[in-house]
Design a protein around this ligand. Structure first.
Ligand code: UD1
Length: 408
């Protein structure tokens, strides 16, 4: 039955699916546990990422509890993966009768679990809402647009996100600017980051090879647009190899990228350049590498933000970014696969230090606390901030009095 939103008294169900979700969920779970007004949280891992290297080390580093449930969906086409998450998440919602579902980021699991919950009229809170690349070739963009359309609460990392949401007809009362939970993780763990020399030695790389006068750069690439087609991969490697001519590079390889490099026979090109190829790293190792890098070459969303917070110059190998604040305020420069642009930016970084940047508003390590605080008021609706919080979707236009008493 559609229409009335359900307000069952069950737990908060928190969803993770893939690597970039973990650093967002870890501080949220801690903040939820600290707030006695919130019900208990159940952590569901969809199993979208399943490799040990993509999971267990990160969970340990981030002090994330083991998932209460793992749906073990594994890889597949977008349709298969999304459908499989939905099929396996539905009985979880039926069993647990959650008071709300918390999703983060923009991966297939984010959208799949949102769709299941909202159709059962279980309220959904989307953390990291409103980011837009305006590039529908990115599967994440579709996930972002659709998740934000139907989720009840939209927690944003930058003020401009509210403009994107307003353009899509989303009621401003659903949107809360809270800051960046990914940076909460960075702030919480920075002091424990693994020194690069240790990470390199553990990977069998002589640290002396990498830690010379100019320092080293870090590379991460995994976007289908950069690594799936042989032509794009060829261009990506050409750019990275040119960068390696200026300073040695450390490249932890995403499994998608490794598989494609091997399939195309490109691995020897990396071996020929001063590039140390590593397995996917833990969070503390990655944080140590990023914090000490002279520059970073990436197509990741999260790393654009982390380098801005760390004040490390970042060259993003994409034509656009859903995180424009990292360019306007932070240390990020978009270079796509344009080798001339990248060469200019690298020369500027090596000679003058590159873009200085500043840390954006509310990227202060306390975003998860703000979310917990807001959510506690929203779920109780009789707390101090009750008048300031929006009604669940479906009751938006019914009137505040009724919305205010909607939760039993
Ligand atoms: C997913 C997210 C992307 C995120 C990225 C971080 C979507 C649409 N994409 O992309 O937003 O930035 O995670 O890594 O949700 N594989 C393994 N082991 C694993 C997981 C994947 O070997 O644990 C391999 C498989 O061959 C798989 C491929 O990597 O086919 C891609 O994995 P998938 O989860 O489909 O997408 P990602 O490219 O990782």
């Amino acid at each position: 039955m559609m229409g009335e939103i359900r307000h069952p008294g069950g737990p908060m169900v928190c969803v993770v699916g893939a690597r970039p979700n973990y650093m967002k969920m870890a501080p949220l779970l801690r903040a939820f546990a600290r707030d006695p007004r919130l019900p208990g949280a159940v952590l569901v891992h969809t199993g979208q990422h399943y490799d040990l290297a993509m999971n267990e080390r990160l969970f340990a580093d981030l002090e994330l509890p083991a998932p209460d449930l793992n749906l073990e969906v594994g890889s597949g086409t977008h349709a298969v993966q999304t459908a499989e998450v939905m099929r396996r998440f539905e009985p979880v919602v039926d069993d647990l009768d959650p008071c709300c579902v918390i999703v983060v980021g923009d991966v297939n699991s984010t959208l799949a679990c949102t769709l299941v919950a909202v159709k059962k009229r279980v309220p959904v809170a989307h953390v990291e809402a409103g980011l837009r690349s305006f590039d529908r070739d990115m599967p994440e963009e579709i996930n972002r647009v659709l998740t934000d359309q139907v989720a009840d609460l939209l927690y944003t990392t930058e003020r401009e996100a509210a403009d994107n949401l307003a353009r899509e007809g989303i009621e401003p009362s659903r949107v809360q600017f809270v800051g960046n939970v990914m940076i909460d993780s960075l702030v919480a763990h920075r002091a424990r980051a693994t020194p690069p020399a240790k990470t390199l030695a553990a990977a069998g790389v002589d640290p002396a090879r990498m830690l010379g006068e100019r320092g080293f750069g870090v590379v991460t690439l995994h976007r289908p647009s950069n690594v799936d087609s042989p032509d794009a991969l060829d261009e990506s490697i050409a750019l990275v190899s040119e960068a390696a001519a200026h300073l040695p590079l450390v490249w932890p390889l995403h499994p998608r990228t490794r598989a494609n490099l091997e399939r195309c026979g490109f691995m020897p090109r990396l071996a020929a350049a001063p590039i140390a190829v590593l397995e996917p790293q833990g969070y503390l190792e990655m944080l140590g590498l990023l914090a000490h890098a002279a520059l970073v070459l990436t197509d990741s969303g999260g790393i654009q933000e982390e380098t801005t917070a760390l004040a490390v110059p970042c060259l993003t190998m994409r034509e656009n970014t859903e995180r424009p604040i990292t360019v306007t305020q932070g240390t990020n420069t978009l270079v796509g696969r344009d080798r001339a642009l990248a060469a200019d930016a690298i020369a500027d970084i090596l000679m003058h230090g590159g873009k200085r940047g500043r840390v954006p508003e509310l990227w202060d390590g306390h975003a998860a606390d703000r979310i917990a605080q807001h959510l506690a008021g929203w779920l109780s609706r009789d707390g101090a901030g009750a008048a300031a919080v929006p009604a669940p979707i479906g009751q938006m236009h019914v009137g505040r009095a009724r919305a205010g008493s909607a939760r039993g």
